[in-house]
Design a binder for this molecule. Structure first.
Ligand code: PEP
Ligand code: MN
Length: 348
């Protein structure tokens, strides 16, 4: 829908609009009001180049697109009936708890193995563990490929599916060869379309799922959904949206907690939403409240950093990992809140 600056456009300007949209297979339909005329774009109006050429015209005030920019992810898409199952949990039916260390310490594998058993005992149905680590400081520990073996050993011992982040084609190949069940795309790579394409192409035709974190630099919700769509577009719909806080942070927190976008995501897309409160708030003491808020907002699950001995951890673990005891209590409360949220509201 093209809204002109003036009440109506002279014929030569309408002709110019018509010529531009025709290049993209569309036509213009004027909608004539008593005072103002607006110009509907009839056809597939999602081409960004077409929209920016229209927006660049001096007599155009703005262009509103009514078509979803992410058709495949749209709540009305045929994919809306797709159900993703991880660790025996069908997302959307029961809460999914993914928990484990930010970073696996290759020199001390016993911590990760112990953490894996402890998070399982606390009720988590999937295990996270960072093998390769994107870092805020490039000189900080960036992970170690030896940790992949530790991750898979923990998966074998516990029977839990595992989540780990991949940042390049080599990580992707190694993770898939090792049998990682869920590939994480981190906040720093959320809009790295080249990586998204590689992951999308690599998981097509497999059961592997992709946990897509939200970009850390606050972007429109649709940008997040479109990034997910780019993965799905290669053929595997097992994508999970993961809000994890954005920058600039809320004073006192590591990021600006964004679990509140969950209802917006749920309104626009069928994809499950698993919130990461650990990176949102960045401090273990604040994690349970943020996690429960996410459940209250309608999240389908939580991804939590947990460690049997946070002070012995690497990466984010010393500051933001919760202990298995806190995790167990949090899972109990989150389940109760989830049940409460789903209870029918009396209408009379
Ligand atoms: C992580 O999961 O440890 C991580 C680095 O996440 P994010 O990309 O959200 O910062
Ligand atoms: Mn982390």
């Amino acid at each position: 829908m093209i809204l002109p600056k003036n009440n109506r456009l002279p014929p030569e300007q309408v002709a110019e609009l018509t010529a531009i949209v025709a290049e993209f297979g569309c036509r213009i339909q004027p909608i004539v009001g008593a005072v103002r005329t607006i110009y509907a774009i009839v056809g597939d109006e999602r081409d960004e180049l077409m929209i920016s050429r229209l927006e660049g015209l001096p007599y155009v005030d703005r262009v509103d697109t009514i078509q979803s920019p992410h058709k495949l992810m749209d709540i009305k898409s045929d994919l809306a009936s797709h159900r993703l199952k991880i660790g025996g949990v069908t997302l959307g039916e029961e809460l999914l708890f993914i928990a484990g260390q930010c970073t696996i310490d290759p020199a001390n594998p016993q911590y990760f193995i112990e953490t894996a058993h402890a998070v399982k005992a606390a009720g988590a149905q999937a295990l996270r563990g960072g093998v390769w680590k994107p870092r805020t400081n490039p000189y900080a520990f960036q992970g170690d490929v030896r940790s992949l073996g530790i991750l898979m050993e923990a998966a074998r011992q516990t029977g839990l599916p595992v989540v780990t982040e991949v940042m390049d084609e080599n990580h992707l190949r190694l993770a898939l060869e090792a049998g990682v069940h869920v590939l994480q795309i981190g906040a720093r790579n959320a809009l790295n379309y080249s990586l998204l394409r590689q992951v999308g192409q690599a998981v097509a035709g497999r059961d592997t799922a992709v946990l897509l974190k939200r970009g850390m630099h606050l972007g429109p919700v649709n940008e997040f959904i479109s990034a997910a769509e780019y993965i799905v577009n290669f053929g595997n719909p097992n994508v999970i949206l993961c809000p994890r806080g954005t920058q600039p942070g809320l004073d006192g927190y590591r990021n600006h907690p964004d679990e509140s976008i969950t209802p917006l995501l749920k309104e626009r897309t069928w994809a499950p939403v698993v919130v990461d409160p650990s990176h949102s708030v960045g401090k273990a003491a604040y994690v349970p409240a943020c996690a429960l808020a996410a459940v209250a907002y309608g999240a389908d699950g939580l991804c939590l950093e947990a460690h049997v001995s946070p002070s012995h951890g690497l990466g984010d673990d010393p500051k933001q990992a919760i202990t298995p005891a806190v995790l167990a209590e949090l899972i109990t409360r989150a389940r109760a809140l989830h049940a409460l949220r789903r209870a029918p509201v009396p209408t009379a």
